[in-house]
Design a protein around this ligand. Structure first.
Ligand code: ADP
Ligand code: MG
Length: 261
């Protein structure tokens, strides 16, 4: 199937169907089903321990999917992992750049892993970083960049091979408010410009925009899925923050403050 076929057939970018996962006796995901429509920015909203990172470990095949199934643009992860993973870009929660390499070397290494030639990689880096001050820092060693700048470069790296679905696991954790806003804006821009679908895991309700799709995950279960106005209306409340509280019994502002502290 070609990429253009995929955009016209209306397949979801990601389909998670009846997925469960346990660590020994502890059930981290319990019959989880939801989907990420193509071109959407979908927030996976859940407090610490909800199961967000476990789900990402299954989607990236760090763990095998033993119960249920996961499809990326119609390609089943277990049956057709190569085709599925080729369409995926990931920003993990932990930092993964090599601090002793330059920014360009870090990006070129990842591009080569995905089969891009040196010149194709350079063109793509120039394209993604057009108008970004980091473009002048490509020769710098990664260790000379700030936390927010490192995250930006990890996002560039995740986009380099033109994935159709991008996963971001709490990408703003540990950053100051300005860097958080900049990272969020940058990802939203890339998602819109490249027509990519994003699954953005977060416990921070203030990162959610009125136009986002939201999946609420709590104790390994999906409690709600839909657009912000749909979820707010279904809960009969006034805001996504109140909907979160009603669904989880947790106060959104408290979850946010505890996690940031
Ligand atoms: P989140 O990313 O939403 O904070 P996780 O997926 O990290 O949630 O964790 C979900 C649940 O699984 C939690 O109860 C956590 O303690 C447990 N868990 C996560 N990783 C492991 C592991 N490697 N071994 C045992 N339990 C784990
Ligand atoms: Mg996590």
């Amino acid at each position: 199937m070609s990429e253009s076929d995929e955009t016209t057939t209306g397949l979801p970018a990601l389909k998670v169907n009846g997925v469960s996962h346990s660590y020994g006796q502890r059930k981290a995901l319990d019959d989880v089903s939801f989907h990420v429509p193509q071109g959407s920015f979908t927030a996976l909203l859940g407090p610490n321990g909800a199961g967000k990172s476990t789900l990402f470990s299954l989607i990236t095949r760090l763990f095998d999917v033993r119960h249920g199934s996961i499809e990326i643009l119609g390609h089943d992860l277990s049956r057709d992992p190569g085709e599925a993973l080729r369409r995926l870009g990931v920003v993990f929660q932990a930092r993964t750049l090599d601090l002793d390499l330059s920014i360009r070397q870090n990006l070129a290494y990842h591009a080569a892993l995905h089969g891009l030639s040196g010149s194709a990689a350079r063109r793509r880096i120039d394209e993604i970083l057009a108008g970004n001050a980091l473009h002048d820092r490509l020769g710098d060693k990664a260790r000379n960049l700030s936390g927010g700048q490192l995250r930006s470069i990890e996002i560039v790296r995740a986009f380099i091979h033109r994935p159709r679905l991008i996963l971001l696991d709490e990408p703003t954790v540990g950053l100051d408010i300005r860097s958080r806003a900049a990272i969020l804006a940058e990802v939203r821009r890339l998602v819109n410009e490249e027509g990519v679908s994003a699954l953005w895991a977060t416990h921070l309700i203030d990162e959610i925009d009125e136009t986002d799709r939201v999946v609420v995950l709590h104790h390994g279960k999906v409690l709600a899925e839909g657009n912000v106005p749909e979820i707010v209306a279904a809960e009969g409340v006034g805001s996504i923050s109140d909907a979160f509280t009603q669904l989880t019994g947790l106060e959104a502002r408290k979850v946010q403050a505890e996690m940031v502290a």
